[in-house]
Structures are given as C-alpha cells and as structure tokens.
Design a binder for this molecule. Sequence first.
Ligand code: ADP
Ligand code: MG
Length: 339
Amino acid sequence: MIRFEGVTKTYPGTSRPALNSVDLEVLKGEFVFLVGASGSGKSSFLRLVLKEDRPTKGRIFVLGQELAAISSGKVPYFRRSLGVVFQDFRLLPNKTVFDNVAFTLQVIGKSKGFIQEAVPDVLKMVGLGGKQNRYPHELSGGEQQRVAIARAVVNKPAILLADEPTGNLDPATSAGIMTLLATINANGTTVLMATHDAGIVDSMKRRVIELVGGQIVRDERQGAYTTTVPVQKPSRPEPSFDDLAAAVPTPAAEPAATPAPAPVPAPASAPVPVTVEEVAPTTDPIEVLVPAATAAPLAEKPVVERTPTSTGAVIPEPGSGPPPGFQWPTAPQPRRDGR
Ligand code: ADP
Ligand code: MG
C-alpha cells in the first residue's frame, strides 16, 4: 500500500533532515498511528505520501506506483485514491454540509445522480444524517470533523491519511471520531493517522510507528504511545554477550536485565480483526448513528467495488475547477519552503 525505501527529506535552507533514512511498509487494511513530538516529521511523512512534496533521497511507492514516476498532470488522479483529514477540518464555510461533501465529487466530474445518492449515504455513515443543510459554523467541532471525514471517504479511497484529526477536540468527542475511523478501517480502508494523543493510541492498540527527529525509532504492532521496548535499528550493533553478562548482576537476574524483544513486525496477511468496542465509548450523542463494525477479519468482508476513476475523493485540487469566484478557505496552505 505504502512503502518508503531509504527516504530522506531535507527542506531547502535547513541542515537537519525532517525525515531521515525512513524505511517503512504499510499493508492493505492496516490502521497505523504515526506518533512523535511536534517537529518529528509526521506531517512531512504524510505530505510525501500525497506527493505534495518530493523526497530528497529514497523511493516512495503508494498503491503499487512509484511516486517519482507519476507526472504532475497525473497527480490529481493519483490523489483520488487518497482521502485526507486535517486537525483544522478545512471545510468550506459558505457551503452546507451536503455541499461540502458534494463539492469534491463535482470537481472530479461525478454525475448528479451519483452525488444525490452518495452524499446522504456517507453523511449517515458518519452520523450526520439529519444535518446536511447546516453550515459548518452551526456544527460542533466533532461534527465538523465528521463532515471532513465524510468528504474524505465519500469516494471510497483506498487510503485515509489523517493529520492530528483529534487535535482540536475534547477527549469524548475524539473517542467518537476514533470509533468512526475504526469503522472506516474495518470496511477496508487503510488508515494512517499522525497524532500526539497518547490516550487514543493506548486505547486503540494498533500498529504504532514512532518518529524522533525524523527517524523511525519504533514500529510496534498493537503498541501504546510510549513503550519500554527499546529501539532496535539495524545499524545499531547487537549487545555482545559480555555487555549482557555485565548487565546481569546475579544468575537469578531480574527480567528487566534481559534484552527486550524486537518490535513485532506488521503481519504479511490481513490485519487483526477490528472491533469498534476497542474504542472508549463516547458521550457524543450522534455516535449512535454510526454503524458498528463487525469483528470479522477484513479478508472475509465484502470488498468495496472500486473503479480506476471512482477511487476516493480528497480535498480537490485548487487548479482542477472550482466554480468562478470560489475562495478556498484555508487549504491549500502556503508552503513554508516557498515552492
Ligand atoms: P510534525 O508534523 O511531526 O510536527 P513536521 O513534518 O511538520 O513535523 O516537521 C518536521 C521538521 O521539518 C520540523 O523541523 C519542521 O520545522 C521542518 N519543516 C516542515 N515543513 C517545512 C517546510 N515546508 N520548510 C522548512 N522546514 C519544514
Ligand atoms: Mg504535523
């Protein structure tokens, strides 16, 4: 689904890379948390997956394509397979909930009939069935994020990228958003979510990839936000027998003195069954409208039909045809590197 091979990203005018020799593979159907302090490279990673930026070194493959081989004209089509959600929602303030979701589909040329069916369906799925005529300012933060998620998944993307999607939400509302993301994942979408939120990561027990200063220091299946498992980088020499012996004071050593096991790699087959019950219950009243996922493994679930042109919708390209006079609210963000 997503593969990084020796990827380094150094922004112009900076000496320290934002990402440094990152090797990583995310498999179809996985739910992966990207954790790390502010500035550790999480957003840079997601931007590279979206081909919003180019790596300085290394190769990136997404959905079987090497990103460097996708011409700039083809990038908007590539991005239709990716849904994106941000911390600040990025809704169009002068459009209703319905139109915020429909807009993405209009931009990519979907028919009126398709839009009239798909938009109410996805709004129901995210728990906003009754709110399609509201404007963003008439919604709570959690509801606005649900609209953003609906917009990101309405065209059934293979991959959903979420950059701190709960960063502006209280814990109960965040739990509702996580239940929704777990449901979307259970229905077959690979989810990659950058977050600072230790509580969420700990409660979900999914794969956790931790970045420190642009380097992967941990990749753990069913991990927590913090861990006692030390980093095991291939470049780091294994402790010698003498090192280990020195760390063990007596033959009846404490378990803590033995080397910890290496992080468990991701499975080569379908991921673990997903249950939304893993997520803390929410007090968000609209949560009851979200259909519960089953515990069946993904491989046994019906695969959502996709055609090359009906892959997922994302934030539409500014150059790809908003109506005359249309103003983008906050996206696209101005680039800090001036390109
Ligand atoms: P995170 O999302 O984990 O907070 P970022 O990927 O935003 O981290 O940033 C990683 C590092 O790259 C930081 O040091 C940040 O200042 C730097 N950085 C990010 N974007 C740019 C840019 N466009 N130009 C220059 N430096 C950048
Ligand atoms: Mg970030």
